[in-house]
Design a protein around this ligand. Structure first.
Ligand code: ATP
Ligand code: MG
Length: 179
């Protein structure tokens, strides 16, 4: 049975790769869905990866657009690692609850690839939870370096290719583009 035959509607979409555009693509789909009156829930797994612009804009779309800033910024210090793991698990427990509740048409798991790649969250559990989601729910995962199993599980995978980025030419982050 192919992925598209296995359920009537909801897709698992994955935006990965090193190029810019993963989170903003997810936000673009949220924008499109909200236009149809579909409720969207976005959960951030890495604190700080969400920018002021989108957080403020999301408020204009409440209550259809719901955003939850969870997780922590990665610190890479062993003393903080247990806190990173605890925050990642807490974010995942919350995401699992949202998925099971089935109140949203789109659930965005922003930057989920990192805690999965670093074994902070159990990959098998992520795939099982997403596979058993409500029929009409679309799930979007973003983040660099998506694992092979996430790629296999997804119906749609787009890899953003980093051809050029303004940072390489010393151009600083621009308001409305980067934050
Ligand atoms: P965006 O949120 O703009 O869609 P993204 O989700 O694809 O970006 P992330 O991997 O989440 O990108 O990285 C977050 C930040 O890193 C963004 O501010 C982005 O501009 C920056 N970034 C993305 N790609 C590159 C790159 N190739 N070189 C330098 N910085 C980058
Ligand atoms: Mg991102």
């Amino acid at each position: 049975m192919t992925k598209s035959e296995s359920r009537s509607n909801g897709l698992l979409m994955l935006f990965t790769g090193n190029g810019k555009g993963k989170t903003t693509s997810a936000l673009g789909l949220a924008f499109r869905a909200i236009g149809h009156g579909f409720p969207v829930c976005m959960i951030q797994f890495i604190k700080g990866s969400w920018k002021y612009g989108e957080l403020e804009a999301a408020k204009h779309f409440a209550p259809l657009m719901e955003v939850h800033v969870m997780g922590r910024g990665f610190t890479w210090k062993s003393a903080d690692l247990t806190k990173d793991v605890a925050a990642a698990r807490e974010a995942w427990d919350f995401a699992r609850k949202i998925i099971r509740e089935g109140k949203h048409r789109i659930v965005i798991l922003d930057e989920l690839t990192y805690p999965v790649s670093y074994d902070m969250i159990d990959e098998k559990e992520v795939i099982e939870t997403i596979s058993s989601r409500p029929e009409n729910m679309h799930v979007i995962i973003t983040g660099r370096g998506a694992s092979e199993k996430l790629v296999d599980a997804a119906d749609l995978v787009t890899e953003m290719l980093d051809v050029k980025h303004p940072y390489e030419n010393g151009i600083s982050a621009q308001k409305g583009v980067e934050f």
